[in-house]
Design a protein around this ligand. Structure first.
Ligand code: GDP
Ligand code: MG
Length: 169
């Protein structure tokens, strides 16, 4: 069974964009599955192994995608389904929007993630929209050990994110 990584964050930070990039781009080179639904919540992340063959390295769950499987929202943006997925996960990614800076919603989700006691990677998205400026210092104030910056839309920083995850699984 593959280790599970939970992708978390408030709406519009880029979870679906990152999910699609992680579960499709590399895998698509090897086997582009026809008729795959676009809004899946679970997907496998594939890397090329040392001998060049495709190797599935972890499973990813987009907790935002789970919001629509029921209306049992217990707090903004987090459903029981999402909490259950988190409970199963080995690592959580907390995705935030570098363009918006730190918001109350990010802080709320960070608090909930910490309660789960899982390793958390803070990933600042939309690096491309930041015009070379440094990310909001508030993100660093959340106190996570590992903070990465990416552009889910363009792919910058995504290989480093995959490596950081692999090193912790
Ligand atoms: P979700 O609600 O967290 O799943 O967010 P989406 O993946 O649906 O993205 C929300 C919006 O942010 C969309 O308009 C995306 O095109 C945009 N977006 C996602 N990633 C990036 C990025 O890396 N850079 C920029 N500039 N926009 C992005
Ligand atoms: Mg989404």
């Amino acid at each position: 069974k593959l280790p599970l990584v939970a992708l978390c964050g408030r709406p519009n930070v880029g979870k679906s964009t990152l999910f699609n990039r992680l579960t499709r781009s590399r895998a698509a080179l090897v086997h582009d599955l026809p008729g795959m639904t676009r809004d899946r919540s679970y997907g496998r992340v594939t890397c090329l192994g040392e001998t060049g063959e495709a190797e599935e390295v972890f499973e990813l769950v987009d907790t935002g995608g789970l919001d629509f499987e029921g209306d049992d929202v217990i707090t903004q943006g987090i459903t029981r389904m999402a909490e259950a997925a988190l409970g199963e996960a080995h690592i959580a990614i907390l995705l935030v929007d570098g363009h918006d800076g730190l918001t109350a919603g990010d802080e709320e989700i960070a608090t909930r993630l910490r309660r789960q006691g899982k390793p958390i990677l803070l990933v600042i998205n939309k690096l491309d929209g930041m015009k070379g400026g440094a990310p909001d210092a508030g993100f660093y104030g959340l106190g996570f050990d590992l903070v990465l910056s990416i552009s889910a839309a363009h792919g910058a920083g995504v290989p480093e994110l995959i490596e950081a995850l692999r090193a912790r699984l």
